[in-house]
Design a protein around this ligand. Structure first.
Ligand code: C2G
Length: 132
């Protein structure tokens, strides 16, 4: 059966770790739906806006070959309704979220994939800051 996969993220300052998790998520099914967190959601979590705006982040994610559908994630609390709305069979998250979404195991399969080591948006921002 053709499986629908859903995943979520900010995907700010897009990098190799982001594309690798999206490609691995897609490989678990045949249709990949990505919830891109809104600027407002990021501000409420981290007290700062992402470097790339939500429209830029959505533009980048939508242009990827492995991605079939993109929407804005407005709240971390709405995962269950997004999973239902998009008829997802599998929820994929990076293993930094391991265990956090096990409760959705009754509506879909929940899979945590290992993060790509040695790269993060925060590190890229810090390195860029030190370059003169
Ligand atoms: N990721 C990865 N390897 C890295 C960095 C990130 O596999 N080196 C993965 C994360 O595990 C996540 C995805 O890339 O699954 C997006 O990462 P972030 O943009 O940091 O997303 P995050 O802020 O964790 O998501 O509902 C979740 C929210 O949208 C926040």
């Amino acid at each position: 059966m053709a499986k629908r996969v859903i995943t979520f993220g900010t995907f700010d300052v897009f990098h190799i770790g982001h594309i690798k998790i999206l490609e691995r998520a897609k490989a678990l099914g045949s249709y990949l739906i990505v919830g891109v967190s809104s600027d407002t959601l990021n501000y409420s979590k981290k007290s700062r806006y992402p470097i790339y705006s939500q429209s830029e982040r959505i533009h980048i994610i939508s242009s990827l070959r492995c991605v079939d559908e993109v929407f804005i994630e407005n709240s971390l609390e709405l995962k269950e309704s997004y999973i239902k709305e998009y008829n997802a069979d599998i929820l994929v998250m990076g293993d930094d979220w391991k265990g956090k979404f096990d409760t959705f195991g009754n509506i879909c399969q929940v899979i945590y994939l290992p993060r790509t080591p040695s790269i993060s948006t925060t590190e890229i921002i810090e390195i860029a800051r030190t370059i003169k």
